[in-house]
Design a protein around this ligand. Structure first.
Ligand code: GLU
Length: 285
């Protein structure tokens, strides 16, 4: 079944043939619960794209956010991927073992004068921004600490300064995307108040270190892409190609997620066939 899908996928999303570039794609689940119908869609999309290009498909476990990590979930996800016939090329990478790489990237950005400490609490940020700077559910940081901490304030998080940066890219599914970061996110956090590396930094460093050329993932992450391209630019990394696929929604129109208790895929042969069929129909309907 998977083999038939590769051809269909290639017709829908024609492979690019940049000379001299070996395709490397990846699936990067957060181990906050088992593989479910929504995460299978992201896994299958990235796997199909890698296979359609004759490239490598890597798996990385995004287990940096330790409060959200569920013990046993990483193993369960890897077992479910294997049972579905989605085998990773090469070793699985765990973000929790890559602190040195994040620290080194952070140090380079700091040396370049692009990072500053921020003392603001979420509450203070929410109180200080006018409704005009609220975008969706995300608050745009107004830059309060950019020119130094006010007397008596302690650093909580560390932010990267976006200046007047504009990012433009063409998503292979969604088309042209443009973002003026000061208006879209403001200076964003790289090292969180709880001492954890932010997703935005880790993902950029990981993808570059693994030589990822193509990122295929759920459209809920489309909004993060401009920030990631910006960070990659500051670190001198080559820019990947992006393809964001529609996310699977529940009956209330909410993205299916482990946090909202999406059911694990039934790993009986019949359950797997049904789950793959549903994921393929979602992606190729
Ligand atoms: N770990 C992230 C998630 O599960 C995805 C990271 C990515 O694909 O960039 O939502």
């Amino acid at each position: 079944m998977l083999d038939d899908l590769i051809g269909e996928w290639a017709r829908r999303y024609p492979p690019d043939t940049t000379p001299g570039r070996r395709y490397r794609g990846r699936f990067a689940p957060s181990p906050t619960g088992p593989l479910h119908a929504g995460s299978l869609v992201a896994a299958l999309a990235s796997w199909l794209d890698a296979r359609a290009h004759g490239g490598d498909w890597l798996v990385r476990i995004d287990d940096l956010d330790s409060p959200r990590t569920v013990p046993g979930a990483a193993d369960a996800i890897l077992a479910a991927l294997g049972a579905c016939g989605l085998e990773a090329d090469g070793e699985v990478v765990f973000q929790s073992r890559r602190h040195d790489a994040y620290r080194a990237a952070f140090a380079r950005l700091r040396q370049a004068g692009l990072i500053y400490p921020c003392a603001c609490t979420r509450r203070e940020i929410a109180d200080s921004v006018a409704n005009a700077t609220l975008r969706g559910r995300e608050t745009i940081y107004p830059g309060t600490c950019r020119d130094g901490l006010r007397p008596g304030r302690m650093p909580r998080a560390w932010r990267v300064t976006v200046g007047n940066a504009q990012v433009a890219f063409r998503d292979r599914a969604c088309g042209p995307v443009q973002s003026h970061l000061a208006r879209a996110s403001g200076d964003f956090v790289l090292l969180r108040a709880d001492g954890q590396w932010a997703y935005q930094l880790a993902v950029v460093v990981d993808d570059a270190d693994a030589g990822v050329t193509h990122v295929v993932r759920g459209a809920d992450l489309l909004d993060s892409t401009a920030r990631q391209i910006f960070l990659g630019r500051q670190l001198g990394y080559p820019c990947a190609d992006y393809l964001h696929v529609p996310v699977v929604a529940d009956a209330h129109g909410e993205k299916l997620s482990k946090q909202t208790g999406a059911a694990a895929i039934d790993l009986s042969p019949h359950g797997i066939a049904r789950a793959l069929d549903a994921a393929a129909r979602h992606l190729l309907a």
